[in-house]
Design a protein around this ligand. Sequence first.
Ligand code: ADP
Length: 250
Amino acid sequence: MIKVEGLHKHFGGFHAVDGATLEIKTGTITGLIGPNGAGKTTLFNVIAGRLPPTSGRVIMDGEDITGLPPHVLFQKGLLRTFQIAHEFSSMTVRENLMMVPPRQSGERLWNALFSRGQIAAEEAQIRAKADEVLEFLTISHIADEKAGNISGGQKKLVELGRTMMVDAKIVFLDEVGAGVNRTLLNTIGDAIIRLNKERGYTFCVIEHDMDFIGRLCNPVICMAEGKVLAEGTLEEVKNDERVIEAYLGT
Ligand code: ADP
């Protein structure tokens, strides 16, 4: 689904991503691991259109998407989860989901602008979709909570929920496990697996928790110093000498 070819991202003289080449195959939950400073987040930012690359290409389903802005990638079904912005923390969880702009044709939006009945119908539809998403994620009970009051793990589930409001093709998840308790991390893992199996989502996940990676991801790609060091099952990658060396060196 995604091919990254010879990607470089330099900050001044520093090569954060230094010729990374990798592939995220359709239908996989691909894990991206590597020591701190390996360039994982920078790579995500370039793929998701937040940062322009210095050189190299990103291809999605055969189309060159290098440097396209996030909203264009969103229309193509490429989503990166992002933290609930401060402005949205006083809105309820359900409202946060309902705020996700639809991935739909301009014509439908145009019609909606001119018909009150249509607006009401669309809103009811979006609300029903939000409730379905909350149920899928097993968090219906927090639908009316203010987003600012829920736990870190629940916020991660809401972030995932926002990708479900549109029919995402590929979702980039950055450090889902950070500061999340084990039970909630398992719930998040279950949701990712079900989205992958039942709805055909492809995922690319950056995560430090190796149990989580081992349970969810195949293949696992390990980066260090801006380059791809190894790819395979977690076991294969963990036993790769270059990977061991990269982790020991930090
Ligand atoms: P990882 O996610 O693997 O920990 P990052 O992509 O966050 O790695 O960072 C890779 C390197 O690039 C780090 O050394 C970091 O300090 C550097 N870096 C990231 N963003 C910037 C920036 N905007 N300006 C300068 N250096 C940056």
